[in-house]
Design a protein around this ligand. Structure first.
Ligand code: GLA
Length: 374
């Protein structure tokens, strides 16, 4: 008697998991010059979905359920592909070849000096004028099942944006039925070079289409130290303990509590938080770096990373000039970024983890965004 029921249950479970995580390739419209952009939509069995577009291998949308089970998009982004180029804000993009800043747009490798575009005051930011966020990546594979995944790739020619070596990069997004979105960057080179690729998603766990900012989100950062910066946001080289500063997020703390504390020079330099945290534990091992909680919806996001650092940016430069996909005007503090990476300006700093990549070696940066509710 019991057998058929059990068998029936097993079949039900199997069919459910078969349809559980799924991947679909669709069009995402054209750029102004007519080039076509595609999207891959990953969905799972628990109401989560992610849309990745070939422009910049970007996470254009990420829907996550709240404590009532209601899903909402929790990342900033544009509705059309063209806006990603006409109003670049790095929404959800893959940043490369070098995420974050390189002082004075120059570095030396094996005695030779290289010149990059200065696109952020005196410094080079996020790979230069035409970084990985502004090129079209190729879709290499799309897979259903748990996890559902997409692999995108981009080959950057030797000398592109001033960086040495032909760099072959891949970005893999996988969505599991455990509500984890994994983003994995890999790269190889044919000449010694530097590399630091990350994802630049802007999160607002209350929902992109809502009206609330992230100042009420509670943040935990698993970091005893951060790297202070000068007025142009280049690290001074110091690793400063967070204890006794507005940068201490070792216990869950509301972001808004200290974001305006102008008594702290570092907060003044960043106009809020725009700093690299030295994540506790050995880099190269996947470990918890951050936890974000939105008390209003109960959404919780944990970030695990293999990178040595995480840039915490409180959306300080959002100034109301960009309109998001839902019609919302993005203003200061409307979202936060947690960008796992090698430290800013590492190629020019002694004592920072290295950003060097040699032929025969594989660069890797894996991050997991794990969602739950409270
Ligand atoms: C990073 C930087 C910020 C800013 C944003 C994009 O987080 O650290 O200063 O450039 O990217 O606007």
């Amino acid at each position: 008697m019991k057998q058929p029921i059990l068998l029936g249950l097993a079949v039900l479970v199997m069919t459910q998991s078969a349809i559980a995580a799924d991947a679909k390739r669709v069009s995402f419209g054209d750029l102004a010059d007519g080039r076509k952009i595609e999207a891959v939509e990953l969905t799972n069995a628990n109401g989560m979905s992610a849309r990745i577009i070939t422009l910049g291998a970007s996470l254009q949308a990420l829907s996550v359920p709240d404590k009532q089970g209601k899903s909402a998009d929790i990342v900033l982004g544009y509705k059309t592909a063209a806006e990603y180029l006409s109003k670049p804000q790095y929404f959800g993009v893959s940043v490369g070849r070098y995420a974050n800043r390189i002082a004075k747009g120059t570095f030396t490798l094996d005695g030779k000096s290289y010149t990059l575009a200065k696109n952020d005051g005196p410094n080079s930011l996020h790979g230069g004028t035409k970084g990985f966020d502004k090129v079209i990546w190729q879709i290499d594979s799309v897979k259903g099942g748990s996890p559902a995944s997409v692999v995108l790739s981009y080959t950057s020619p030797d000398g592109e944006e001033g960086y040495p070596g032909t760099l072959k990069a891949t970005a893999t997004y996988s969505l599991s039925d455990k509500n984890e979105l994994t983003i994995d960057y890999k790269a190889t080179t044919d000449k010694p070079t530097i590399v630091n690729i990350t994802n630049h998603s802007y999160f607002n766990l209350a929902g992109e289409a809502g009206a609330s900012d992230i100042l009420g989100h509670k943040l935990t950062l698993v970091a005893d130290a951060f790297t202070p910066v000068d007025a142009t946001l280049i690290p001074t080289g110091e690793k400063k303990p967070v204890a006794g500063t507005p940068f201490d997020f070792r216990k869950p703390t509301v972001i808004g509590a200290r974001v305006r504390d102008g008594r702290d020079e570092q907060i003044r330099f960043g106009r809020g938080y725009d700093h690299n945290y030295v994540i506790n534990g050995a880099d190269g091992t996947l470990r918890l770096a951050a936890r974000v909680e939105d008390p209003s919806t109960g959404r919780v996001m944990e970030l695990l990373t293999t990178a040595p650092g995480v840039q915490f940016y409180s959306g300080n430069f959002l100034d109301g000039t960009s309109m998001g996909k839902s019609g919302r005007i993005y203003r200061q503090g409307d979202a936060l970024c947690l960008e796992p990476q090698v430290f800013p300006d590492a190629p020019n700093q002694k004592g920072f983890p290295t950003a060097r990549l040699d032929p025969g070696k594989t660069y890797s940066n894996t991050m997991v965004l794990r969602f739950s509710t409270n």
